[in-house]
Design a protein around this ligand. Structure first.
Ligand code: IFM
Length: 480
């Protein structure tokens, strides 16, 4: 076996369309470190990670991968992998430390250096404006439950678009607003750690409003040819059985995970069934006349993040008791409220393996299924896989090598699943591995490794894992 063969090496050759974008992705709080340097203000993730008990291994993003100080080294790494594009996020608290008002020139300079460094190396920069690091002063004023936050986001988007618009061709407003809304405000396992279903639904709406207002603000600052997108973590939601109750549970969860975001962004209206499901939680009065049209601002493509399918059932007393007794794949989910408001209608239940180190089921064909579904519902919409990848418990050999065959197989099978969707007519323009580097995996801290590049968090040393060597060949060959 050569260094880049996989256990699935019998897979037939796959050629991707010319111009297919191969990249990798990261996010500011997860890699940058330098949390208090050059005028950066605190974000909700600084507050949350410094709160005892919030992060499984007690770590914070204060240093993470120290990317802020190792920028040139990481840029060389990106170039060495031959990536066509690199997706990074911009830390709002570096640009506007108090959340609103004047920009911090040192913060803009950092991203100028990053973008210029990519361009010099022939790599296309893909910028995400919001990957969860809300400036703490905005949280102190209500965060995403306060409508004003959406307007502040648009001001920030305009600042960044004006500063970097001449050199960044692809933009994403929000990364995974489902997580910000529901992990942040319903289950509370993410910052700001709120557990209030009405707050979660309010936050979801204001995040979507921020996307709409931010898209308009960006477009007013960007050259006409720049592409603007939103990235959603879409779900393949399956009913645990064919019973009417389980199918209804799956409808409800599909509404919260997918349609609550897809429908207003792409069609300008919230899904009626979901509005009805949740009237016992909220009267939706925070949705004002005209908001859905703002959210429906035209986008050039949709970013899709995908990891694993979801299985749901209507709760029975027996099921509730089993879940309360810890019968879940995700230990975090066992301990607190669910991220799905209205789960008197549905429960997320364990699935058969194989699993990643996150206990997420590995099932690559579900990505094809998801892409076909989005294409069926929105046939003219170009798609980009803005994240896909897996955490595994990597072993570093005595010579420093990381032979991460599980990750390599996961990536290979999911890239093949993207190819299968393209063959069936889905317009998928690119694929970004999550993640370039092992990094700060939110509530899991530094304990879960998603990188194709190993990071020794004590020394900062970067080592290409076997999956990175494999990916470099895939990028060079536009497939295999
Ligand atoms: O690490 C996260 C990323 O920040 C957002 N998408 C999912 C990844 C893995 O959990």
């Amino acid at each position: 076996m050569t260094s880049t063969q996989t256990r699935a090496s019998a897979t037939p050759q796959l050629a991707f369309p010319p111009g297919f974008v191969w990249g990798s992705a990261t996010a500011a709080y997860q890699i940058e470190g330098a949390a208090t340097e050059d005028g950066r203000g605190p974000s909700i993730w600084d507050t949350f990670s410094h709160t005892p008990g919030r992060i499984v291994d007690g770590t914070t993003g204060d240093h993470a991968c120290d990317h802020y100080h190792r920028l040139d080294e990481d840029l060389d790494l990106i170039a060495d992998l031959g990536l066509g594009a690199y997706r990074f996020s911009i830390a709002w608290p570096r640009i506007v430390p108090s959340g609103s008002g004047a920009a911090n020139p040192a913060g803009l300079d950092f991203y100028r250096r990053l973008v210029d460094g990519l361009l010099e190396r022939g790599v296309t920069p893909v910028a995400t404006l919001y990957h969860w690091d809300l400036p703490q002063p905005l949280q102190d004023a209500g965060g995403w439950t306060n409508r004003e936050t959406a307007h502040h986001f648009a001001e920030y988007a305009h600042i960044v678009g004006t500063a970097l618009g001449d050199r960044v061709p692809m933009w994403t407003t929000l990364n995974e607003p489902w997580c910000s809304a529901f992990l942040g405000h319903a289950s509370g396992v993410h910052a700001p750690g709120v557990t209030d279903n009405e707050a979660a639904l309010t936050a979801a709406h204001h995040l979507l409003l921020a996307h709409g207002l931010g898209t308009a603000a960006l477009r007013s600052a960007l050259p006409g040819e720049a592409s603007v997108a939103i990235t959603l973590n879409l779900a393949v939601v399956r009913a645990a059985s064919d019973s009417a109750a389980d199918r209804d549970a799956a409808r409800h969860v599909d509404g919260l995970a997918n349609r609550l975001f897809l429908d207003p962004v792409l069609s300008g209206r919230y899904p009626a069934d979901l509005l009805d499901d949740l009237r016992h939680i909220t009267d939706w009065s925070f949705v004002r006349t005209g908001d859905e049209s703002i959210i429906n601002a035209p986008i050039d493509q949709l970013g899709v993040n995908y990891y694993s399918p979801t299985l749901v059932a209507a709760p029975t007393d027996e099921l509730r008791a089993r879940v309360a007794g810890g019968w879940v794949n995700d230990p975090q989910a066992a301990e607190g409220p669910t991220p799905y408001p209205g789960t008197d209608l549905a429960l997320s239940i364990p699935q058969a393996g194989p699993y990643t180190a996150m206990n997420w089921r590995v099932e690559a064909p579900s990505l094809t299924e998801l892409l076909l579904r989005v294409h069926r519902d929105h046939p003219d919409l170009p798609l980009m896989i803005t994240e896909n990848g897996a955490a595994f418990d990597d072993v570093v050999a005595a010579d420093g090598a990381v032979d991460d065959l599980d990750r390599l197989d996961y990536l290979r099978d999911h890239v093949a699943a993207v190819h299968a969707a393209i063959e069936q007519g889905v317009d998928v323009r690119g694929y970004f591995v999550w993640s370039l580097l092992d990094n700060f995996e939110w509530a899991w801290g530094l304990s879960k490794r998603f990188g194709i590049v190993h990071v020794d968090f004590a020394t900062g040393r970067r080592t290409l894992k076997r999956s990175a060597h494999w990916y470099r060949e895939v990028v060079a060959d536009n497939g295999w």
